[in-house]
Design a protein around this ligand. Structure first.
Ligand SMILES: O=C(O)C1=C[C@@H](OP(=O)(O)O)[C@@H](O)[C@H](O)C1
Ligand SMILES: C=C(OP(=O)(O)O)C(=O)O
Length: 445
């Protein structure tokens, strides 16, 4: 790639505390959905604060290839409109979803209930990830999927000419699977019904309603029952994307573990199905104050004031995992710096992310001198600080890259990562933003 010599980056303890007021880029989950729903709706949608990371740009390109109008009008400002539900067309070429599981899986839902043919692929990381979790249930719409062995990309789909509505109980806690089925249900005649035993992020349900669909959500045991009436008239609507709490996690943990730091992060999304990390960090003794709580674009938002804190170990229950599923690598860094032994439970889903995040997180901290082990689906971490000094293999995984660089801000010797390129999938501008608050991160020698 272009700047091959600067791919490895090194972080070290800064000479002074981290300080400043920052904002993080827009929420990745909401950004994907805003482009997809806008591309299915009639009339114009204006989006502000869209995450312009690689993953979301893949969704923009795919929606364009399917016949939607998607244009950038300024930084984070986008305009999109579509032909209405059922009106998308076969793309001329293969859809390349890059590194993005969300883009690939949600798009499968759209394709399943359109009378079109499409082929989808992704990068080496995405081509390893399981797609059966969406293509198996989506087959009941009448769509015909064919995928590589093991249900991996590339795949092809001949969408259903008249999609059947689905009734499905999610076997894994996955907002991607739920959202793919809801997207398919948009162009099915009748009610699509999804039972979700463990609640996962509900941005699709919220945004579908906002665009004019009829979505009912009822409590069902410990989970939810979601019912969507098919073939609504989706109308374009303006979307304000809040700051991504999963991105805010990195400067938050950095501020907590670099002594004397105080950092304010403005406009962070605080949807309760996304804030498991903040709850957990507070249980560890973190000083995270939420001020100026408000609503933006139908989602709760607030400013976070984070002050360096003496962290203590934590035991995180498995039920909390869906509300912080992407935050375990950075939580592992906080646990390594905390006093005592932490246990993070129920992490099986981490094995099928951009990398095997359970194995890679363990390797990241142990290579830098932290005692830790995996026990079944749990990660056990002995706190007390870390030596550092290792080069961390990031396995095409943005969250590992950022976590390792944050860890190096509090280790005895610097931490290096092998490849910083994938950070752009979710957090373009991470390196300058962190340097701007005083983080010592530079190209490795
Ligand atoms: O729906 C979404 O936008 C996402 C859901 C989660 O994936 P799963 O549904 O696979 O848990 C999460 O890891 C991903 O970053 C974004
Ligand atoms: C798992 C992630 O994303 P995706 O599944 O969209 O690749 C993530 O952003 O951490």
């Amino acid at each position: 790639m272009e700047h091959a010599a600067t791919l490895p980056q090194t972080s070290r303890r800064p000479a002074t505390p981290l300080t400043g007021t920052i904002t993080v880029p827009g929420d990745k989950s909401i950004s994907h959905r805003a482009l997809m729903f806008a591309g299915l709706a009639v009339g114009e949608t204006r989006i502000s604060g869209l995450l312009e990371g690689e993953d979301v740009l893949r969704t923009a390109a795919a929606m364009r290839a399917l016949g939607a109008t998607v244009e950038r009008t300024g930084p984070g400002a986008w305009r999109a409109s579509g032909p209405g539900i059922g009106g998308l067309q076969s793309p001329d070429d293969v859809l390349d979803m890059g590194n993005s599981g969300t883009a690939a899986r949600l798009l499968c839902g759209i394709l399943a209930s359109h009378d079109i043919f499409a082929v989808m692929t992704g990068d080496a990381s995405l081509r390893r990830r399981p797609m059966r979790r969406v293509i198996d249930p989506l087959g009941a719409t009448g769509a015909v999927f064919a995928a590589r062995e093991g249900g991996r990309l590339p795949l092809s789909v001949r969408g259903a000419a008249e999609a059947m509505p689905l009734s499905y109980r999610l076997p894994v806690a996955s907002a991607q699977v739920k959202s793919a089925l809801l997207l398919a249900g948009l162009n099915a005649r009748g009610i699509t019904e999804i039972e979700e035993p463990e609640p996962t992020r509900d941005h699709s349900e919220n945004m579908l309603r906002y665009f004019g669909a009829e979505v009912e959500v009822a409590t069902h045991g410990t989970g939810k029952l979601i019912r969507l009436r098919g073939q609504p008239e989706l109308r374009g609507a303006d979307v304000v994307v809040p700051g991504d709490p999963s991105s805010a996690a990195f400067p938050i943990v950095a501020a907590l573990i670099v002594p004397g730091s105080r950092v304010t992060i403005g406009g962070v999304g605080l949807n309760p199905l996304r804030t498991g990390l903040f709850l957990t960090l507070r249980e560890m003794g973190a000083a995270i104050e939420i001020v100026n709580a408000r609503e933006a674009g139908g989602e709760p938002v607030g400013d976070l004031i984070v002050t360096a804190s003496d962290l203590r170990a934590v035991d995180v229950p498995a039920e909390r995992a869906p509300s912080m599923i992407d935050e375990y690598p950075i939580l592992a860094v906080a646990c390594a710096m905390a006093r005592g032994s932490s246990r993070l439970r129920g992490l099986a889903e981490l094995r099928v992310k951009e990398s095997d995040r359970l194995a890679a997180t363990l390797a990241m901290i142990t290579a830098n001198g932290v005692k830790a082990q995996v026990d079944g689906d749990d990660l056990i971490i002995e706190g007390g600080g870390a030596r550092g000094g290792a080069t961390v293999a990031t396995h095409m995984d943005h969250r590992l890259a950022m976590s390792a660089l944050v860890m190096g801000l509090a280790t005895e010797t610097p931490v290096t990562i092998d490849d910083a390129r994938f950070i752009d999938t979710s957090f373009p501008g991470f390196l300058p933003l962190m340097r701007g608050i005083g983080a010592a991160i530079e190209a490795a020698a």
